[in-house]
Write a protein that binds this ligand. Sequence first.
Ligand SMILES: C[S@@+](CC[C@H](N)C(=O)[O-])C[C@H]1O[C@@H](n2cnc3c(N)ncnc32)[C@H](O)[C@@H]1O
Length: 378
Amino acid sequence: MLGNTEIKTSSRAISENIACVDLFCGAGGLTHGLISEGIKVVAGIDVDAACRHPFEANNAARFINGDVGRLAPKRLSEMFGDAEFRVLAGCAPCQPFSTYAQRYDVVGSPRWGLLYQFGRLIKGTRPDLVTMENVPSVAKHAVFDDFVQTLQKLGYHINQQVVDCSLYGLPQNRRRLVLLASRLGHIELIAPTLSFPMTVRAAIGGLAPIMQGEAQLMDPLHAASKLSDLNRERIRASRPGGTWRDWPKHLVADCHRRETGHTYPGVYGRMVWDEPAPTLTTQFYGFGNGRFGHPEQDRAISLREGAILQGFPKSYSFLPDGAPVHFKALGRMIGNAVPVTLGEVIGQSIAAHLGIEAETMKRKKGAIVDDASKSLVA
Ligand SMILES: C[S@@+](CC[C@H](N)C(=O)[O-])C[C@H]1O[C@@H](n2cnc3c(N)ncnc32)[C@H](O)[C@@H]1O
């Protein structure tokens, strides 16, 4: 079953005639899911050198530390080698498209251009399949329309939808836009697999109890951030699914006491054992940053718990042995990841598209090769 939070390693034989390159690969959430479903990922590219360890230690794929904006199509083509089917995957940083970011002037951010860079590499290499994932609000922006138009002009069949990851077995409420595009024919995202969502209890209920500010000896990633005295009192007064409104008056922050504070009820809550977790952000390890309190222990969830709620196996290694645990850097890597569960869904969809119709694909492919160059209006 997809999204089984028990460790899930390669469930399928890796298909040697597929080569996938993962742009903006991060710690490898997407790659890990794709590999689990038999999609051979040959390389991942990311500007953050700290992603090398988790990407390479958990996945049989090469990490390339670099800027996607400076990647030449020729180099990308070389990475694909002579694989029969080439897949280009990419999850450009989503902050410019998030609801939070929309309140600010971020149009000048160079990250807006990264989807154009993705489009440039598609034009330059014409992979057989393309997949991208992002926050649903990306679809409201011209950069996304331009990306879709680029694919259309190149002759891709496009399937784009917003998915509720919890219905695929991720123990977290997380809605994401997934785009699949194929030059070979109509492509579908597999249907949700669950009729009821996975819960926080099923995912992290078995982990050893730890205190705030402490880490488990056996697993340094099972570490909870330190709470101030005030926040310790606050979490004791918090209930699962509640907010700061449950607290006695003296614990409520000044900004929440004011009228305007009433617009931020979504902070300082505990998770609920028998529900999916709220959407994890890059700061999920902080009690005051969302509803990230542990359901019953007086602390925020640990980095390991966050990783598991993002679908990573319990043993996924994020740091070399003995390396210091930095909450901010690891929180960003984990919170930014494409959930492994969603990577599996995308991998299964690609495998079904290529596998079931392999013979048809081969015939079609012969006819398609270089056809797109005629239809391309740069
Ligand atoms: C949303 S995260 C990707 C998550 C990743 N796909 C996963 O599944 O774990 C975006 C990534 O883009 C990387 N990034 C940002 N700008 C980049 C650039 N110009 N070139 C390459 N990577 C970049 C960030 O370091 C970050 O790891």
